[in-house]
Design a protein. Structure first.
Length: 219
């Protein structure tokens, strides 16, 4: 099925995804996936086992889609992920979920609002796996950009793209705020004392000098 043909189909909201209902129907009436099923990645009962589409609706591309979906199920992947990918949609992940993938054998990164599963790239990364591990559980955009990655590195990234991050789930960056002095702060009193002394000390010195002069004159 061509991409145009896919996108021209009626598109149904499918949890956080947009699922091409035509594709699903061609394979076996994939219903909405919601709640626990969506969370666990499991497909609802009605979906399994997948049956072939009715002969009348079956085209070579539709049966190819059905076969793909069947293979996808054999691989144990959730049907909605497949359907979402086929519709050109990417999954939206929460920050906590992404942050949980923080070991060499399961490493996800957040770069420029996108989520990358770089697990298979850990050994190949020219900068080493440790730098990648070090930027898990945070927005690694600045770290990535600071290195000045080449164009080919950016193209390479596409291979590992698995979805997008839900920006609202990213913890707000803690920035250092200089404490403001509250009104009536004791520090303010100290300032006043210094100012008074700055004014009084020269006057006292002058007065003393004047007194000494008078005293020596009278002698
Ligand atoms: C999917 C994500 C990433 C891909 C595909 C990737 C790919 C690459 C590639 C191809 C290079 C070789 C130099 C170049 O062509 O630019 C490289 C170098 C490097 N990368 Fe990454 N990288 C990724 C993420 C990161 C992140 C998040 C960091 C975090 C600090 C990082 C740190 C480095 C470092 C330190 C080098 C070595 C630079 C050097 O030796 O001059 N990379 N990376």
């Amino acid at each position: 099925m061509g991409r145009e043909a896919q996108t021209s189909r009626r598109v149904k909201p499918h949890g956080k995804y947009t699922v091409d209902s035509g594709l699903c129907n061609a394979a076996s009436q994939i219903p909405r996936v919601s709640g626990a099923a969506e969370k666990s990645g499991a497909c609802p009962d009605r979906v399994t086992p997948h049956s072939a589409p009715p002969a009348a609706t079956r085209s070579s591309s539709a049966s190819a889609s059905a076969s793909l979906l069947f293979l996808h199920h054999l691989a144990g992947e959730p049907c909605w992920a497949w359907a979402a990918d086929m519709a050109g949609e990417k999954k939206v992940f929460g920050f906590e979920e992404v942050a949980g993938h923080n070991v060499t054998k399961d490493c996800w990164l957040i770069i420029a609002g996108k989520v990358y599963d770089v697990t298979s790239f850990m050994d190949e990364h020219p900068g080493g796996d440790e730098v990648l591990l070090a930027v898990t559980g945070k927005d690694a955009t600045n770290d990535f950009e600071d290195i000045g990655h080449s164009e080919s590195a950016r193209e390479m990234m596409e291979k590992y793209l698995i979805g997008e991050i839900d920006a609202s789930t990213i913890p707000v960056k803690r920035t250092h705020v200089t404490p403001q002095q509250a009104p009536g702060n004791p520090d303010k009193g100290d300032d006043m004392l210094i100012k008074i002394l700055q004014f009084l000390v020269p006057i006292l010195i002058l007065g003393l000098a004047f007194a000494i002069r008078q005293y020596t004159k009278s002698e």
